[in-house]
Design a protein around this ligand. Sequence first.
Ligand SMILES: [Zn+2]
Length: 75
Amino acid sequence: MPDVDITIKGLKCLRCGHEWIPQKVGHRPQLCPKCRSYLWDTPRVRRRKSKEDIDTDTELTKRLRKHRTSIKKRL
Ligand SMILES: [Zn+2]
């Protein structure tokens, strides 16, 4: 009898990396059985400031500084 590889589709938690075989096929489990995270299939996203944001930020601070110095001059 020849040996054959049988692959089973499993699930992987994107939070803790735990891999498991779901009890029901085609059914998305609500939480990871290991870390109990409800966001096990949602990758962690870190909000980063884009270059444009930083540029506008510095531009705004420049304007504010100018404004403040002009107020000081008046007083
Ligand atoms: Zn997990």
